[in-house]
Design a protein around this ligand. Structure first.
Ligand code: GDP
Length: 193
């Protein structure tokens, strides 16, 4: 599967400020989950999404065009430990407004760190998406950080932790390229008319 060519369009603080799109896939996850690395791997472009943004910096809705009215949304990472509650609330309000209000949104990719497993915040995000019946798919990052001898158990544990079957989850490694083709396939499918 060739990379998905992505072009940065705009960063916004409000869903109202985003240009219209026909079909969009959004990617969300805890900060440090590997979101930027994954976007760069899917697009095969280093430096497209910024890796390891400094906590506390302005968090924005980053929109990428993938052509023909299709786009990918890089949502701000949640759960920076050192950020005051007031800013955390602003972030969740921005993410929620986007997820509930974005027209054309086809799928929300929820990233979970394969090395540490689903966190309380990941589970809260999934509960929230389920309660609003929003289409979502769990992608687990950093496959290469799990020892081959424990990967089977780990896959079952992570699946149980997010209340899904192991076969409904996509494992990836941006570092090694594992699962990137499969994820590209899925994104193309979700963005296809
Ligand atoms: P973000 O904050 O979610 O955008 O996460 P980043 O992409 O900045 O990655 C956070 C940290 O995890 C960085 O140190 C990355 O190098 C590392 N990382 C991301 N993906 C992988 C992966 O697939 N394997 C390994 N071993 N490390 C990764």
């Amino acid at each position: 599967m060739p990379p998905i060519a992505m072009k940065f369009v705009v960063s916004a603080t409000k869903v109202e400020d985003l240009p219209e799109t026909q079909r969009e896939v959004a990617i969300v996850g805890r900060s440090n989950v590997g979101k930027s690395s994954l976007i760069n791997a899917v697009a095969n472009t280093k430096g497209l999404a910024r890796v390891s943004q400094t906590p506390g910096q302005t968090q924005l809705l980053n929109l990428f065009s993938v052509g023909k009215g299709s786009s990918v949304m890089d949502l701000p990472g949640y759960g920076f430990a050192k950020v005051p509650g007031r800013i955390k609330n602003t972030w969740s309000a921005m993410i929620e407004a986007y997820l509930l209000g974005r027209e054309g949104l086809q799928m929300i990719i929820v990233l979970v760190d394969g090395e540490i497993g689903p966190t309380k915040l990941d589970v809260q995000m999934l509960d929230w998406l389920r309660s609003h019946e929003l289409p979502h798919h769990v992608v687990v990052t950093k496959h290469d950080k799990v020892k081959p001898s424990t990967i089977g158990t780990r896959k079952r544990d992570v699946a149980a932790g997010v209340l899904l079957h192991p076969e409904d989850i996509t494992w990836v490694s941006a570092a090694k390229g594992t699962g990137i083709d499969a994820l590209r396939d899925l994104i193309r499918l979700w963005l296809a008319k």
